[in-house]
Design a protein around this ligand. Structure first.
Ligand code: NAP
Length: 487
């Protein structure tokens, strides 16, 4: 995948140094954003010390740049850039210079660019735009703000259709959702992808830094997470640290996906050859009918938190079950024959029931909506559902909270009366943020051994990573990334 670093320094000398640095660090091309420089350099000879292809850009204010001087001055600048050995001139499709290019910019290799910072049009409209831009340009380039998953499909569709012309092009999705079009630019068919020299020096929203893109040169593994909302997910930090620890050229992307976008997302994931993705609230159950098959654990639980894309098939796994099994093991909890209470009846509760049932516990489920607890109980042998008030009158060796009560952003209430906690009992909260929920505080006060959801989270992530890559990352690297994210 060819990378072009956008140089955004205000000072021409610093811009030259940054361009040289980009070349040293392995960039294939550089784009000099002269519209951001003050003053605009009159002598461009110094740039001949940068040997990789150079693009001269004077982005107009109306297209997200800062160039406000006349078109006449712009033309003169581009002419001197050509003389100074700039390989490509970036000219917006809307520029009045476009019609004069054959006369005034004869022999120039032009990038005909278009930017929409608000929205992405349909695939057909993008294609039309690209075909028009390609007449007279070496490379048509268009960048659109990606607001929803269907925008990604529009960009990919247009790229597939335009590829049939055999001409080079660049198509970019801007914003967080558009990042996949940058890291998978080659898979979409783009001639190159724009990069920032460093993190925090992006020329456009969603641009990825050069070092991160260079790591993805060969055999990249693209994974990610879908859910809604996704603002506080710590999975990206954990998986990125695992990729680094294992020396795998991987990237873990974040996709806020609504329920009505699941099918479109699967299409996008297949198109860009994602290795797989995690699934979180609220899609763990609704994704099931869209998958080609489930592994036995996911089948038993009928909830999926990990999808693998293999040979055109989407296969569902549930690594939350493994996460709970490992968390109990890590805390030295004896499960066989013990009396366990699971609070809640959603995806996490199903995983807890599968984990506990697999190890021979006697399980009671108590949930706000009793019918849901009953339907969960029917899925497994030896589980019975009771109202929360009835559970309060019993004694349990193990309690696992699988409701979001006490989680950051949710009501700070207890899912059950604290009278059920006692010495010699193990109480686990699947919540990890905050690390010490009210439930755990109450249990600790009454002498119970406690654990939060950190260990479960790390182990489910380790297992997902192993399913995708065949490698087991050091648990410590993921745990450290999680702790740093929680600080
Ligand atoms: P879910 O499928 O939406 O289920 C939530 C459950 O909690 C439902 O049974 C629901 O009851 C109950 N609930 C929700 N709000 C409640 C309230 N105000 N009062 C009483 N009960 C309430 O969610 P999930 O995927 O199972 O996740 C549940 C929790 O597990 C979350 O806090 C999540 O962070 C945690 N989790 C942790 C990990 C980890 O790795 N540590 C992994 C997965 C999940 P109704 O049936 O009555 O709606």
């Amino acid at each position: 995948m060819r990378t072009c670093v956008s140089i955004i320094d205000n000072n021409p000398e610093e811009a030259l140094n940054s361009a040289k640095l980009a070349e040293q660090r392995g960039a294939d091309m550089v784009e000099l954003r002269f519209d951001l420089m003050s003053p605009l350099p009159t002598q461009l000879g110094g740039f001949s010390s940068v040997h990789i292809p150079k693009i001269a850009t004077l982005r107009l204010a109306s297209q997200g740049g800062r160039y406000t001087r006349s078109e006449k001055d712009r033309l003169a600048f581009f002419q001197s850039a050509m003389k100074a050995g700039f390989h490509l001139i970036d000219l917006e499709s809307s520029s009045p210079l476009w019609d004069r290019r054959e006369k005034e910019l004869r022999g120039a290799h032009l990038i005909c660019s278009y930017h929409d910072f608000e929205r992405t049009p349909s695939g057909g409209a993008i294609l039309e735009m690209m075909v028009k831009a390609s007449s007279g340009a070496a490379i048509p380039k268009a960048a659109f703000r990606v607001n929803e998953i269907k925008d990604l499909l529009s960009i990919i569709d247009a790229a597939r259709m335009f590829s049939a012309t055999g001409k080079e092009f660049v198509l970019i999705g801007m914003g967080e959702l558009g990042e996949v079009t940058r890291v998978c630019a080659d898979r979409i068919g783009s001639a190159f992808t724009y990069a920032s020299l460093e993190k925090g020096r992006e020329a456009a929203p969603g641009q990825v830094d050069l070092d991160s893109l260079r790591r993805l040169q060969d055999g990249k593994v693209i994974t990610g997470i879908i859910g809604h909302p996704l603002s506080h997910s710590l999975s990206p930090a954990m998986h990125e640290s695992a990729f680094l620890a294992c020396g795998i050229p991987g990237r873990y992307l974040t996709f806020p996906v609504r329920g009505d976008e699941l099918e479109t997302f699967l299409q996008v994931a297949v198109e860009v050859e994602m290795r797989g993705f995690n699934v979180t609230i609220p899609h763990k159950e609704s994704i099931v009918p869209l998958l080609d098959r489930l592994d036995p654990t996911a089948e038993a639980v009928r909830a999926v938190n990990t999808v693998v894309l293999e040979g055109g098939d989407a296969i569902g796994y549930n690594t939350d079950v493994h996460g709970i099994v490992m968390a109990l093991k890590e805390h030295g909890v004896e499960v066989k024959g013990r009396k366990a209470l699971v609070l809640g009846a959603g995806g996490a509760a199903r995983a807890a029931c599968a984990a506990l049932a697999g190890q021979g516990a006697r399980i009671t489920v108590a949930n706000r909506t009793r019918a849901k607890a009953e339907s969960l109980a029917q899925r497994f042998k030896n589980i019975h559902a009771v109202p929360v008030e009835d559970a309060q009158r019993e004694s349990f060796d193990l309690v696992i909270n699988c409701t979001p009560l006490g989680m950051k952003g949710f009501p700070d209430e207890l899912p059950i009366s604290p009278v059920i906690f006692h010495e010699g009992q193990f109480v686990m909260d699947t919540i990890y943020n905050p690390p010490l929920t009210r439930l755990l505080q109450e249990a600790q006060k009454r002498g119970a051994q406690i654990a939060n959801g950190e260990s479960m989270l790390v182990h489910q992530a380790l297992r997902s990573f192993e399913i995708w890559t065949g490698k087991v990352p050091p648990a410590e690297s993921m745990a450290r990334a999680l702790r740093e994210g929680l600080e």
